[in-house]
Every structure is written in structure tokens, then in C-alpha cells.
Design a binder for this molecule. Structure first.
Ligand code: GLU
Length: 482
């Protein structure tokens, strides 16, 4: 396949959602795997709802995901003259006509249809106006819309790359509006005019647009262009098969970023929403390059994909553990800053310290935000002791004494390193005739406020002797006071 040209055409009316991002990704994979081009087009003709800050955010999100495009962004708002020109051509060829029906008349028709329980179809009132009638309307100052003249019979067949043939009865497609009375094109018209003029070979987009495709095909036929191929990718639903929404947690790329997901993990996860590389189907971890090599539109499913945040979290954790440590530390800095744990720019020492913390803590967390949360005790001791931990580990007899004993011995320990600390715990517990657990559990609670976490002796070396001893004494005091 050569000469492939696809486009991603978001509307800047909101943040880039996981569905839109997945459409962008499939276009990207399709273009790259065919050695073709990806065009970025901003569908901003819906002027009242389009916002320039959303455009910026869209672009930032796409870049963050690593989905680079080859051309664009093109803006539909810059191409209004093209839509007018193509519509004029259709008028001249009698393939479209001006309609002067008032909003009231149309509304009446609609409510009548509703009462009769049928879908409203424009009845073609203005199909055959003569010059005099049009002149009279114009004189009355009525701004017409332009409608496409559509066939009343037969079917319009959509050859979908994913769904095979989908046919639409022309009797249910009315003479729809292509240019509104304010002179702006409708989505259907602008979209297909762009696709045709820009030489798009494959339109890959969300399933919700499948019902628009017959209308766009009718436009293309009327304009005398060859059709692009169409592929409609399945919806993404929540685990309960409802529409994905705010109540299912993060859904926009920006939110995923803010929660500390890695772009590589999000891309990998999104690719598997509706696509599986086949052959075994067991593998799940792919780099973008590997996905490009294996992507095949024929392996995209027709059925809805289910968004599973647990799996995304698992995948993100996996990527965090595999990530280059320096790189991970760099992108983690803002998350630590947000929690007032570090301050940019970090000194080399601070950076290296953070790096060691991350190396230890990343084994057990799923996101960068969790990473910062789970690392807070390395930076300050303003934490409360876990309630259950208190009753389990602090309330046993002699615990305060044990902690003070450990603190005392730690002060003299040479060298203060993991191995020596471990040996010390062993010898003290033997000496006291208790299990090492009797020392280790309260120590962990004293140092971190938590009952679980990374290796305790690692934590102790990272905290350093002074802070460790201080926190042990503080915990002993707490136990004695309570
Ligand atoms: N602007 C439309 C959307 O965001 C594009 C649909 C299409 O790809 O044609 O849904």
C-alpha cells in the first residue's frame, strides 16, 4: 500500500478524550505502517463552541503521546471559501438547491413527525423553486440554506474496512443541509470536502460517525470525486458498558497526564482498545515502533472495547519499572514539586537523592502521583501513624524500649549501611530473645507511618542515620505517651 494519506480531525470543543486519542493513534499506526502521511485537521467550523485554548491543548496532548503528524494543522475556518466554492458548483450542476423554509415551518414539520411517531425528513419543499420565487425570497431578505439533492430511492452502500458492507436506505436520507444560512458549512459537507480536496485515502474515525458516511458519500458523488475508504473504529465503553464519562475517573489525555500516567503506557493501552496483534494474543506490551510494524486494520474489532482502569494502572506500573531511571526522575519532578517535596531546579545532590528514592519506591506504585505520595516520608516526618499499625505494632509490650535500644545501637553503628543495619537487627533480636519482626514492624511504622513499603533497610539508609534515630525516638515517645 503506498500513497496512503489519513487525517485526524478533532473538533476543538473540549479536551482530547481517550476515544479521540485512540482514533489519532490508529490513524498514526495506519499511516506509519503503510509509509503514508498523517494530516492534522482542526474541525473548527462550529464557531460558537470552538476555542483556541482547546486547540493548544489538543496539540500538546498529541505531542505528549508522541503522535507526530506530517502535515497541518489545517483549520477548517481558513477554508470557508472552498466549501462555498464547492457548494456553488453543486448549485450550478443542479445537484444542490437553496432552501428558504423558515425555522417555524421546519419546526412544525418536526413536531408533526414526532406526533406521528416517525423520523422527520425534510420534504423537499424548495426542490423546484423557479427564478422568480427565489427572487421574491431574496427580496424579502431571507438567507437560504443550501441542501444536497439526494435520491429518494435505492440504497447508499458504505464499504467499511472494519464492518464490511453497511447499507443505508436513501428513503431515510433527506435533502440535508450542506451550507447553513450563516454561510458556514455543516460538519458533513466540510469534512468530506476536506477529505476529497486533501486527497485523503482512508478515513479512520469513531463509530459514531458511521451514520454520517452515506451523506458524505452522496456529497462526494455529487462533487464528482472518487470515494476514500472508510473505517469506523469501535466505541470505548465503561466496564458496565455505559458511555464512558467523568464518573469513571480520568478520561482525557490531560487528566491522565495529571494523574501521572506515562505516555508510552497510555499509548500501549489505547492500542489494545479494539485492536489485538493476533497470533497468540498473549503479548500486551508494545513500543510504538513495534505497534507500527504489526498494526493491521483488519484486526480491529467491530465490538465495543471496554475501558479497564485497573489494567491501565498495571500497564503504567510496568512501564514505570522498566523506564530509564534518569528519565523517570526528570518527569517525576513536577509531581514531587506539587506535593512540596522538592523544588525546581534541583541540585545534583537533590536529583540523585530523588533518583535513589524512585528506584526503591517505583517497584510498588502505578502512577507518578502515587510515586510522590508514597515517597513523602523521605522528605518530612509530618505523617500520622497508620491506625491499624498502631494497634498491631506499637501496642505490644516493650515496643518503646525496643525502639530506643535500636536507636541507641544505630548511633554507634559503623558503617551505617544496609548490610550492617540488617546484621544489627539480627543481633539485637537474638539478644532480646524476640523475632526480628518484633523490631522491624514497629520500625517501619516509626519511620514511614505505614505498615508496608519498600525494603526497610533500604529506607533506613536513604533516610540516613540522623533522621532514622530521631524518628525512632519520636515513636518511642509517642508509645509511652499513649
Ligand atoms: N470533528 C469530528 C469529530 O471530532 C471529526 C469526525 C471525522 O473524523 O470525520 O468527531
Amino acid at each position: 500500500m503506498s500513497g496512503v494519506r489519513v487525517r485526524f480531525a478533532p473538533s476543538p470543543t473540549g479536551e482530547l478524550h481517550i476515544g479521540g486519542a485512540r482514533t489519532a493513534l490508529f490513524n498514526y499506526l495506519f499511516a506509519r505502517s503503510a509509509g503514508g502521511d498523517l494530516v492534522l485537521r482542526i474541525d473548527d467550523t462550529y464557531l460558537e463552541r470552538s476555542r483556541s485554548d482547546y486547540i493548544e491543548k489538543l496539540i500538546t496532548s498529541l505531542r505528549w503521546l508522541g503522535l507526530e503528524w506530517d502535515e497541518g494543522p489545517y483549520y477548517q475556518s481558513n477554508r470557508l471559501a472552498e466549501y462555498t466554492r464547492e457548494a456553488e458548483r453543486l448549485l450550478a450542476d443542479n445537484k444542490a438547491y437553496r432552501c428558504y423554509c423558515s425555522a417555524e415551518v421546519l419546526a412544525d414539520g418536526r413536531s408533526e413527525a414526532r406526533q406521528e411517531n416517525r423520523a422527520y425528513l425534510y420534504p423537499g419543499t424548495c426542490r423546484n423553486l423557479n427564478e422568480d420565487q427565489e427572487e421574491a425570497f431574496r427580496k424579502a431578505g431571507i438567507n437560504p440554506v443550501i441542501r444536497l439533492l439526494t435520491p429518494d430511492q435505492g440504497v447508499t452502500m458504505v464499504q467499511d474496512q472494519i464492518r464490511a458492507e453497511v447499507s443505508f436506505e436513501n428513503a431515510y436520507l433527506d435533502d440535508f443541509i450542506i451550507i447553513k444560512s450563516n454561510g458556514l458549512p455543516t460538519y458533513n459537507f466540510a469534512s468530506i470536502v476536506d477529505d476529497l480536496q486533501m486527497g485523503i485515502t482512508d478515513v479512520i474515525r469513531a463509530e459514531e460517525h458511521l451514520s454520517n458516511t452515506p451523506r458524505q458519500q452522496l456529497c462526494a458523488n455529487a462533487l464528482g470525486y472518487d470515494l476514500p475508504r472508510f473505517a469506523h473504529v469501535p466505541m470505548i465503553l465503561a466496564p458496565d458498558r455505559s458511555k464512558l464519562s467523568k464518573r469513571h475517573g480520568a478520561t482525557s489525555v490531560e487528566e491522565f497526564y495529571a494523574e501521572g500516567f506515562l505516555p508510552e503506557a497510555l499509548v500501549n493501552y489505547m492500542a489494545l482498545l479494539g485492536w489485538s496483534p493476533g497470533a497468540g494474543g498473549e503479548e500486551e506490551i508494545f513500543t510504538l515502533d513495534e505497534m507500527v510494524k504489526r498494526f493491521d486494520l483488519n484486526k480491529v474489532t467491530k465490538t465495543a472495547a471496554i475501558y479497564d482502569v485497573t489494567k491501565l494502572g498495571w500497564m503504567n506500573g510496568h512501564y514505570m519499572r522498566e523506564y530509564d531511571l534518569d528519565k523517570l526522575t526528570e518527569i517525576a519532578v513536577p509531581f514531587f514539586e506539587q506535593k512540596d517535596l522538592v523544588k525546581s531546579p534541583l541540585t545534583e545532590n537533590d536529583f540523585n537523592y530523588l533518583k535513589q528514592i524512585i528506584a526503591t519506591v517505583r517497584e510498588r506504585v502505578k502512577t507518578l502521583a502515587e510515586l510522590a505520595d508514597a515517597s513523602a516520608y523521605f522528605y518530612h516526618d509530618r505523617f500520622e501513624y497508620d491506625e491499624k499499625g498502631i494497634s498491631k505494632h506499637f501496642s505490644k509490650d516493650n515496643t518503646a524500649d525496643y525502639l530506643l535500644r535500636v536507636a541507641e545501637e544505630l548511633q554507634k553503628l559503623e558503617p551505617y549501611d544496609k548490610e550492617s543495619i540488617e546484621a544489627l537487627y539480627k543481633s539485637i533480636s537474638e539478644n532480646l530473645g524476640v523475632s526480628t519482626g518484633r523490631l522491624i514492624h514497629p520500625t517501619r511504622l516509626a519511620l514511614t507511618g505505614r505498615t508496608a513499603g519498600p525494603g526497610l533497610f533500604e529506607i533506613m539508609t536513604l533516610l540516613g542515620r540522623e533522621r532514622t534515630v530521631e524518628r525512632l525516638k519520636k515513636a518511642a515517645q509517642y508509645i509511652l505517651n499513649n
